[in-house]
Design a binder for this molecule. Sequence first.
Ligand SMILES: Nc1ncnc2c1ncn2[C@@H]1O[C@H](COP(=O)(O)OP(=O)(O)OP(=O)(O)O)[C@@H](O)[C@H]1O
Ligand SMILES: [Mg+2]
Length: 441
Amino acid sequence: MYEGKRTVSIWSDLGFQESPYATRPVPPTEEGESLFVGRDGVAKRLANRLTSSDLHPTIEGENGVGKTSLVSVVGYRLRREFEQKSTSQAIIPLDEIFQLTVGDSAATLERKALLAVANSMIKHHDLLKRGGHDVPDVVDLQKWINAPLIKGGGAGASVAGFGGSASRSVSVNTGAGFNEAGLRDTVFGWLRQCFPSSQSGAFVGVIDNLELLETSKEARALLESMRDGILSSPGLKWVLCGARGIVRTSASSPRLEGRLAEPLELSPIEDAEISQVIARRLELYQIIDSAVAPVDPESFKLIYDVLNKNLRNALKYSEDFSFWLHDGGYASADPVANRQHFERWIRGQAARNAEETNLSGNRAWEVFDSLTGIGGSCSPGDYETFGFNSAQAMVPHIKSLEDVNLIQSTASDSDRRRKTILVTPRGWLVRYARSDYSIPE
Ligand SMILES: Nc1ncnc2c1ncn2[C@@H]1O[C@H](COP(=O)(O)OP(=O)(O)OP(=O)(O)O)[C@@H](O)[C@H]1O
Ligand SMILES: [Mg+2]
């Protein structure tokens, strides 16, 4: 016989249902709604753009600041308003989130997007019908999705026929001339029928992490090639998200003006609100009354500040610490003890990273200290700020800092204003050690 229950995870051991420090985006659910902190102003602005403009909204903000979460929760709220009949405008987020990486084509994205729209029409068929929308028949939609041309992702699909002459091939198609343009026409037609005016609503898709395209030139070219496709469909809105200025610089193309809205800038969650992020998670996930969090809301503020207010990184370090605390058997029922462990642990991490940084050359350190001093990111065009005469003169120092993983810089962008140089989480820990374990204002 087993003595007691076997533990499933370190979290249940610690008294929680799951990790309170998970780094996934806030989900588009009621639970997500209860975990979502702050952002009142920008959430309202995003919702207004989705309900009251034909332009596609865009969001610009550092990695891990909360872009995907914001879109997720705002989309959820708008859908719920329609479900609860507080509005006749049906704003319905697609389930899938789309990303583009180097080498992707607009055609591949379009195919996936059209399929997601058809799936969403099936999923929300009854809801839309109830709201008075002219949505296609589910059976037709399903037939369309299951047609080999859609499923197989290629033209000329055919299958061998059974019975009769074994050599005969039976072509499976849903109609003559059902090519790529045919797919688009069909789905756009359904969308027009379902959402005859922008006031009647739209499906909302997200094209996330545009910075994966590395250069704004690449991003702009791809967006331009989508302009007359999925960026021009009735009843389909896209929220474009990206970091380090890629949205701003790629959306400023004359061909995209009039399609994309001015970017909403997302800044880090306010100091006064940050402890709520953890407090709400602890409350939601706690399964034992006496559970004591490895990193409580108060402690979380410290790591958030050390890591320059990067929410995703602060969560990740909190989880790392939880493992250390649990594995070492140091988890205490006394919150103060855990807090002291946490402070020592962060110092230890910072000291170790600083010791392991073998950077020769005072000038590189000077660049690093100035860079952290101005917020941790800059563009190659900012060389004067660091006392150089040209961008070229700054390059070797940037390179040395990158070699020791204190900063990260992306492929050189033709747009010199883009902030492609930024301090890594490791860099922020080293800065903490260099400033004698204090957070300079
Ligand atoms: N308003 C919020 N309230 C509570 N938690 C949040 C909020 N915004 C973001 N988070 C949490 O912060 C982390 C990062 O959020 P998210 O993934 O949305 O950021 P992002 O800007 O999309 O990042 P990336 O650029 O890496 O895609 C997630 O764990 C998410 O749950
Ligand atoms: Mg994201």
